[in-house]
Write a protein that binds this ligand. Structure first.
Ligand code: PLP
Length: 401
């Protein structure tokens, strides 16, 4: 992701900023594209992971659809030329304004999360003399074995409709002539790295589609959601997720009937590795028991570590590249990045909150004011969650090309 030239370029720039490796993004999109295409699967990109215009442009150019969770995301998808017939709209709290905008945009489908919402969409569609395509988001009660902050498919979560409410759904659908049922939707969580979880999901989807067919509804679309995880610990050696293995689980375990379409909604897996947050050390503070590195980026630029207790790899680019140059000049074959014993630092941001800490006790080479730092795997739920708290400047983006 970084070579000496990139780091030289960073020296000239004001920090903090998100750096995007557009080549890696394209490789990732290609890998996903070819792995899904072999089974005829459709992928909608979950736009909330990253709606940076250049990123959206790249994703759109590969023909992906868009999975939106707000009216403005629907608008952004259309503005970025995503095919309307490949735009879906999920969310537990769609407002009337958002539903109306999506109806006007003629999107493919609403992923509906409650019986109450079915009735509202029916009324709003009727007022416009339209028929709204809907899929029922079912809460399959499958444990994603991921962090509880990002689990969405258990009965205790606010998302989706529980299985014991499906009779109510069927009855409501029969009474709503402005709704067209197209299929069933699931999304059980994020950063899922255990593919077994998806096998359990497939088994549940098979049961659910049988239920709907038994009750007289034709299921045209099986939407399995997203959630495929990435390797936050090895952003260089494992920078493209195992799309082959992921799609193969669905190929092997999903009971796909003739004429049915299988849809996916990947967010993180497509964009996480292609970006890093680049920052400089402002101050090195030595306490009695602790050394602190105060960066010029904090939770206002990247909140995942604070919000979800998420791990993201932290690197001192300046010191690493110095050792690399030094060792290469001495002619050693594969330079160890760190040649002296590392120090332990708490890497913190400048925001007036104690929680504004990226990671505690990080082993790093001795670090100095002005050193460039990279916080890796920041392409998903990074830039999009930036805030103006403390009246901070808007974080900038820099691209490899
Ligand atoms: C967030 C979200 C996704 C994408 O999740 P990732 O973990 O980023 O793949 C997919 N579908 C829905 C409904 C979502 O809310």
């Amino acid at each position: 992701m970084f070579n000496i030239n990139t780091i030289d370029r960073f020296q000239q720039l004001e920090t903090p900023f998100y750096y995007y490796d557009m080549g890696l993004l394209r490789q990732t999109l290609e890998a996903c594209q070819s792995a899904s295409a072999q089974y005829g699967f459709h992928v909608h990109y979950a736009m909330k992971a990253n709606f940076n215009p250049k990123v959206l442009e790249a994703i759109q150019s590969y023909g992906f659809g868009a999975d939106c969770v707000s009216g403005n995301e629907v608008k952004a998808a259309i503005n970025h030329k995503f095919d309307r017939s490949k735009v879906v709209f999920a969310g537990v709290g769609k407002s009337d304004k958002e539903i109306n905008a999506a109806l006007d945009a003629d999107i493919f489908c609403f992923n509906v999360e409650s019986v109450q919402e079915l009735i509202i969409i029916n009324d709003l569609a009727k007022a416009k003399n339209k028929k709204a395509n809907i899929a029922i988001r079912i809460n399959p009660n499958v444990d994603a074995h991921t962090h509880h902050y990002i689990t969405t498919g258990l009965e205790e979560n606010k998302f989706g409709i529980n299985i014991w409410q499906l009779n109510d759904v069927a009855e409501t659908l029969r009474k709503c002539p402005s709704l067209q049922f197209v299929g069933i939707h699931f999304h059980i969580g994020s950063q899922i790295t255990d593919l077994e979880v998806y096998r359990s999901l497939c088994i549940r989807i098979n049961e659910m589609q049988d239920w709907f067919e038994d009750h007289g509804f034709q299921v045209k679309v099986l939407n399995t959601g997203g959630g495929l995880g990435v390797d936050y610990h090895h952003p260089d050696t494992n920078n493209i997720p195992d799309f082959e293995g992921y799609f193969k689980v669905f190929k092997d375990f999903l009971n796909v009937k003739p004429g049915q379409e299988v849809h996916f909604e990947l967010g993180r897996a497509l964009v996480a590795q292609c970006s890093a947050l680049i920052s400089r050390v402002l101050y090195v503070k030595n306490g009695l028991k602790k050394h602190f590195l105060v960066l010029d980026a904090g939770m206002t630029e990247l909140i995942r570590p604070m919000l979800y207790q998420a791990y993201q790899k932290i690197e001192n680019l300046s010191q690493n590249s110095k050792f690399e140059i030094q060792n290469t000049e001495e002619g050693s074959e594969k330079p160890p990045l760190i040649t002296h014993s590392p120090l332990k630092y708490d890497v913190v941001g400048p925001i007036c909150e104690s929680t504004d800490c990226f990671q505690k006790d990080v082993e790093l080479p001795e670090s100095f004011r002005g050193d460039l730092f990279a916080i890796r795997t920041a392409g998903a739920y990074g830039e999009v969650m930036a805030s103006g708290y403390n009246l901070r400047d808007r974080v900038q983006s820099v691209y490899s090309e």
